[in-house]
Design a protein around this ligand. Structure first.
Ligand SMILES: [Zn+2]
Length: 144
């Protein structure tokens, strides 16, 4: 009677290719479903956790989720720091908007660089998206 090579189970048996079939492997070992999945780096439900975590993270990023610390104190600290940066940049951004026009993100980005303001991350290079995000955030904060 056939049994799982790993755990001796006799149910849900499958043939596991030692060398992937796609790479020309011909020899197989009998494994039960759950051992077979584990041999492929998946859990007993057939889920590949590494891949799922990766996919989950990139989907969360697409939704605009803030990744990082779950610790509320650290989060509050980060939030406070970004508010400080925002208040420092609020004046120049307003000047830039007055000069360039609201929504002219590319021109505003250039203005910020010409006037040598650093981005919230301390960089010299301003991108239109950076400007837009900051201005929107600024409006949001001012409403409060
Ligand atoms: Zn098994």
């Amino acid at each position: 009677m056939k049994e799982c090579f790993e755990c001796k189970a006799t149910q849900d048996l499958q043939e596991h290719h030692v060398v992937p079939k796609s790479r020309g492997g011909t020899k197989t070992v009998t494994l039960c479903y759950s051992c077979h999945m584990m041999s492929h780096g998946r859990d007993s439900k057939g889920l590949d956790h590494k891949r799922l975590t990766k996919e989950g993270l990139s989907q969360a990023k697409l939704r605009g989720a803030k990744l990082g610390s779950d610790n509320p104190a650290i989060r509050a600290g980060l939030e406070q720091r970004s508010l400080d940066t925002l208040s420092l940049l609020a004046k120049p951004l307003k000047d830039a908007i007055q000069t360039c026009g609201y929504g002219k993100w590319t021109a505003i980005a250039r203005w910020m660089m010409e006037n040598e303001f650093k981005t919230p991350n301390g960089k010299d290079r301003w991108y239109p998206t950076t400007v837009r995000q900051l201005v929107l955030k600024m409006k949001e904060v001012e409403k409060k």
